[in-house]
Design a protein around this ligand. Structure first.
Ligand SMILES: [Zn+2]
Length: 103
């Protein structure tokens, strides 16, 4: 994370401590601490992805993570579709069996 004060990419997520951090947490604000100038600040969770706050390397890692996540959800989706098709086929055969013969 890039520090808003000294612009060094040396700020890291700080542990939540005390009531103030928890209150900020309700608004999706995460505490960060800069190792260079030692300031503590809060950053909006969604703002983590912004170019201003992230270094090039960090953004690259996040992009990879996002695509991995997408691949995983796509696999889950196709598995779900497969299960649905199998379910529909079994329903179809069950219905065929219950239809009285000679109708
Ligand atoms: Zn700093």
């Amino acid at each position: 994370m890039i520090c808003p004060k000294c612009s060094e990419p040396d700020a890291h997520r700080s542990h939540r401590q005390g009531l103030k951090d928890r209150v900020w947490g309700w608004f999706s604000m995460i505490p960060y601490r800069c190792k260079k100038c030692n300031i503590r600040y809060y950053a909006y969770q969604a703002g983590e992805k912004s170019d201003r706050m992230r270094t090039k390397e960090e953004r690259r890692i996040m992009k990879i993570r996002r695509s991995l996540k997408w691949k995983r959800s796509r696999r889950e989706l196709s598995l779900g579709a497969l299960a649905l098709v199998a379910f529909l086929i079994s329903i179809y055969f069950l219905l065929q069996q219950t239809v009285p013969a000679g109708q």
